[in-house]
Design a protein around this ligand. Structure first.
Ligand code: NAD
Ligand code: UFG
Length: 338
């Protein structure tokens, strides 16, 4: 099977390409390198021993996408490409709607033209808004509180309408919880540009000495230690979830929706402690005000993915923090510019 991976040079996409190669699936990467570096390709090739096809292009370029789908005889598409920073989306909503919503519509139109009818889309637990309870199942109501979240919700709605009109397609919406961790080789990992928005990359940059101190956004939430609780999932487990989706429903007509999470919640302070244990480094922190738009707790009920895809997350919090530290300590400044 040959799969076009949009955004395959990014954090989750690059790890998914490695797992695909291990499963005998051939990825073709399509990425404009807006938020990733050329060095990722070399690292994937180093870790897997496989040469990869990489097309540098923008998902809003329908002609290039259609040509790529046809010339590579693509069977299915995994669609990671997009913008993902919540705060930035509030400042630049049009860029988010253009990249994430319009970009997906262009991709689907190109797939239609090329006759490719299997799509796996990177959605997010953000579509559950502030959930009434936890754990969250796929039938919970959806809502959005910022343009990033709204763009994911809009894409889900567009794809649902599209599927009504084209029931012979297989469309899978994967709702990720909080991906963290790195490839165990230490060759690939999360490499945010500028100040990290997310907890784990910030913690690991403090541990490696790139930043002085973590700000903990609030310790007065109704959670056991007062800090926010999330469902952190190892990025390699998440990557495997895509392969399970491709193999189990990728050729099955229908609109399929799955949570990809572990089913366990961890607090900010628990994550800091786990990271200190894995790295042997102190992570100084100070408690500051809550971050606007944050929720108290969020974790998945992942049982639907287990029942229908035979997938579940296998890696522990220790694996997540140990692997993150291996990547961060081997690559303190992230990927090199080549
Ligand atoms: P990332 O930024 O590391 O990867 C995205 C990749 O897409 C980058 O390589 C970027 O260069 C590319 N890209 C962006 N716009 C493009 C365009 N117009 N054309 C071609 N390529 C383009 O992000 P990630 O963390 O790997 O996330 C992948 C997907 O998963 C995104 O859609 C994101 O919204 C979703 N997601 C991520 C998280 C998370 O916490 N990381 C959580 C839930 C959902
Ligand atoms: N946090 C801090 N300090 C930081 C960063 C985060 O205390 O410097 C806290 C947050 O308040 C929250 C927890 O750490 O309690 C996790 O925050 P992240 O920013 O890492 O993750 P979020 O759950 O806020 O959001 C992430 C992605 C979203 C995605 C969501 C669900 O950023 O895009 O997971 O998948 F939608």
């Amino acid at each position: 099977m040959k799969v076009l991976v949009t955004g395959g040079m990014g954090y989750i996409g690059s790890h998914t390409c490695i797992q695909m190669l291990g499963a005998g699936i051939t990825p073709v990467i399509f990425d404009n390198l807006y938020n990733s570096k050329q060095a990722v390709l070399q690292r994937i090739e180093k870790v897997t021993g496989h040469r990869l096809d990489f097309v540098k292009g923008d998902i809003r370029d329908k002609a290039l996408l259609t040509k790529t789908l046809k010339t590579h005889a693509i069977d299915a598409v995994i669609h990671f490409a997009g913008l993902k920073a919540v705060g930035e989306s509030v400042e630049k909503p049009l860029e988010y709607y253009d990249n994430n919503v319009n970009g997906t519509l262009v991709l689907v139109a190109a797939m239609q033209e090329a006759g490719v009818k299997s799509l796996v889309f990177s959605s997010s637990a953000t579509v559950y808004g502030d959930p009434a309870s936890v754990p969250i199942t796929e039938d919970f109501p959806t809502s959005a509180t910022n343009p990033y979240g709204r763009s994911k919700l809009m894409v889900e709605e567009c794809l649902t309408d599209f599927h009504h009109a084209n029931p012979d397609w297989s469309i899978t919406l994967l709702r990720y919880f909080n991906p963290v961790g790195s490839h165990p080789s230490g060759e690939l990992g999360e490499d945010p540009q500028g100040i990290p928005n997310n907890l784990m990359p910030f913690v690991s940059q403090v541990a490696v000495g790139r930043r002085d101190c973590l700000s903990v956004f609030g310790n007065d939430y109704p959670t056991p230690d007062g800090t926010g609780v999330r469902d952190y999932i190892h990025v390699v487990d998440l990557a495997d979830g895509h392969i399970a989706a491709l193999e189990n429903v990728g050729a099955k007509m229908g609109l399929h929706i799955y949570n990809l999470g572990t089913g366990n919640g961890s607090s900010v302070l628990e994550m800091v402690k786990a990271f200190e244990a894995a790295s042997g480094k102190q992570v100084p922190y100070q408690v500051v005000a809550r971050r606007a738009g944050d929720i108290a707790e969020c974790w998945a009920d992942p049982s639907k993915a287990m029942q229908e895809l035979g997938w579940k997350a296998l890696r522990s919090l220790d694996d997540m923090t140990t692997d993150t530290w291996r990547w961060q300590s081997n690559n303190p400044q992230g990927y090199p510019d080549i």
